[in-house]
Design a protein around this ligand. Structure first.
Ligand code: HEC
Length: 138
């Protein structure tokens, strides 16, 4: 059901050449949907851009970034034992869809002075898949 909402995403991905999913379809009788799925990135694959710094497993130690298990709906900068920047601590609120989307799109402008060194994900469809994935990690 997540995929269905993003049938357009693979086209964009193919256009900018950033998809590392297999692009070959050998099934001559395949429907358009099967071909779409062959190139679709999943939220889990997109999360690979975050794993250098973040874990999502329950109880896993924070790394360079805080553990993201259950981050959706959680209060901002509330992981115990992680040394958050004053900027992120001052933000307040919870990680709802809108906040996650804004932060992942451009961490630097969404929370000026925060210390997540990540350029951001410009593709709205990719961000949505990633946020759905994060919501499942609880
Ligand atoms: C280079 C390391 C690095 C990468 C890559 C990175 N992050 Fe982070 N992330 C951090 C750091 C450091 C913080 C804490 C920022 C602060 O305290 O100012 C953070 C904080 C966060 C928070 C806030 C967590 C909380 O408990 O308040 C979220 C959400 C988040 N990152 C999501 C992501 C996602 C999603 C990705 C991949 C698209 C990602 N990050 C990639 C280092 C990283």
């Amino acid at each position: 059901m997540i995929r269905a909402a993003f049938l357009a995403a693979p086209l964009l991905l193919a256009a900018c050449g950033s998809s590392d999913a297999p692009t070959e379809s050998t099934d001559s009788a395949s429907s358009g949907q099967a071909q779409t799925e062959a190139v679709a990135l999943t939220g889990e694959q997109i999360f690979k851009r975050c794993v250098a710094c973040h874990k999502v497993e329950k109880g896993a130690a924070s790394g360079l970034g805080p553990n993201l298990h259950g981050v959706a709906g959680r209060a901002v900068a509330s992981v115990e034992g992680f040394n958050f920047s004053p900027a992120l601590k001052a933000k307040g609120g919870v990680w709802d869809d809108a906040n996650l989307d804004g932060y992942i799109e451009n961490p630097r402008t969404f929370v000026p002075g925060n210390k997540m060194s990540f350029a951001g994900i410009k593709d709205a469809g990719e961000r949505k898949l990633l946020i759905e994935y994060l919501k499942e990690q609880k």
